[in-house]
Design a protein around this ligand. Structure first.
Ligand code: ASP
Ligand code: MG
Length: 406
């Protein structure tokens, strides 16, 4: 008998038929003798709709009431699944975040879990029930409802798995695992049996939408064994594990891409101390995240060009902010381009292999693809390229690192 936490995302509980399929899946595990706790998202699209409602109220929305509204979708799905399970003869009850309780800090809209009291859940499990927990919700200071950030049900599931000492946390979703590249782009992409926490974390922050980055971070810290798998069928998915558990370390395990990038270049910026701070400080104050940055050496010792990226959604605001400060910053031209994409190769194996970046540059050069900006970390190399070359770049890189399926 294993203790398992199973999370189902919004597309897996999108309507009553899907909820019935989830209930059947849970029943199979229960019949096999496992002790199952379920964590659910809201029906696909419902949270977006709630967010939209709050926007239409207009004015300054009280963020405590925002959380009351946007957390509502999870109450509906957890109640419906508990009912469905009961109907199939599986004893079950729903649990809202505050009923457990899952205590969080008071950062509404993006709260962090501080503690989970598992006393009542343990009793429920001992009675042979299947607890169905509403994801995404917490209880903050002053008994106010909080939410854990978009995609936060992943974090609820991981935190519960840790608190309940579960053997595994299964994340059921609309893909059947983590792939070497987006299978919609690379026909030869393969599903990975295993991947490390660090790689998954890097992939999540590079735009892969499979898991909330915060959930991966928590799983890594607490040593929760995570599996990403399909909501349908019983095929195993991808296990996310510590590095020691991955036998064959490839230099690169996956190729990811992020279209949500825009490039800004400031030409002939003064080359003196404090300039970067005066450019990026005000952007940070406006909550505009700057991602990749390159600065050239100055040929004349006086001025240099500076290129960096922001998300496309922030481009207009970033440009406006820089134009307003044009006189102070003293650049010659401001150029912007949102037809760019960030392509990254990720792999823990690159720590111990030389030439990983070189292989990337060569593969892109062979395709005649120009690299605009480069950034690296210990386990990834990212390049910014022209968006029109996305498919060609990813396909070429997938081949260059030997990731193609036979
Ligand atoms: N329903 C929430 C959202 O859409 C939480 C989740 O699904 O993980 O962000
Ligand atoms: Mg999700």
């Amino acid at each position: 008998m294993a203790r398992i936490v199973k999370k189902f995302g919004g597309t897996s509980v999108a309507d009553i038929d899907h909820i019935k399929a989830v209930a059947e899946r849970v029943k199979r595990e229960v019949d096999a003798g496992h002790q199952v706790t379920v964590v659910l998202s809201a029906m696909a699209g419902v949270t977006d709709q709630m967010v939209d409602h709050t926007r239409r109220v207009g004015g300054l929305v009280d963020d405590r009431e925002y959380d009351v509204v946007v957390s509502a979708g999870e109450q509906v799905t957890s109640g419906l699944l508990a009912m469905t399970l009961q109907d199939m003869g599986v004893p079950s009850r729903s649990w809202l975040g505050w009923q457990i309780p899952i205590r969080t800090d008071g950062v509404h809209g993006k709260a962090r879990i501080e503690s989970i009291d598992t006393g009542e859940l343990e009793k429920s499990l001992a009675r042979g029930e299947v607890p169905v927990v509403a994801g995404f919700q917490g209880l903050g200071p002053g008994n106010r409802i909080t939410t854990l950030g978009r995609g936060g049900t992943d974090t609820t599931a991981v935190a519960l798995a840790a608190a309940l000492n579960a053997e595994r946390c299964d994340i059921h979703t609309d893909v059947d695992g983590v792939y070497t590249a987006d299978p919609r782009i690379v026909a030869k992409a393969r599903k990975l049996d295993r991947i490390t926490y660090e790689e998954m974390l890097e992939m999540a922050s590079l735009g892969a939408k499979v898991l909330q980055a915060r959930a991966v971070e928590l799983a890594m810290k607490r040593g929760v064994r995570l599996q990403v798998l399909s909501s349908h069928g019983d095929a195993p998915g991808t296990m996310i594990v510590h590095e020691e558990e991955v036998m064959e370390k490839q230099q690169v395990s996956s190729i990811t891409y992020k279209r949500d990038e825009a490039k800004i270049t400031l030409t002939r910026v003064a080359d003196r101390p404090g300039v970067a701070a005066s450019i990026f400080g005000p952007l940070a104050d406006d909550s505009i995240n700057v991602d990749m940055i390159v600065q050239n050496v100055s040929a004349d010792g006086k001025t240099t060009d500076l290129t960096f990226t922001v998300t496309r959604a922030d481009l207009q605001r970033a440009v406006a902010s820089l134009e307003n400060r044009r006189d102070d910053l003293g650049y010659a031209d401001l150029l912007s381009d949102s037809n760019v994409v960030k392509v990254s190769v990720v792999g823990v194996g690159m720590r111990s292999h030389a030439g990983v970046a070189q292989r990337m540059f060569k593969a892109l050069a062979d395709e005649g693809i120009n690299i605009q900006v480069i950034s690296t970390s210990e386990i990834k190399v990212s390049v910014l390229i022209d968006e029109a070359s996305t498919e060609r770049a990813i396909t070429a890189l997938h081949d260059a690192y030997g990731l193609d399926a036979e």
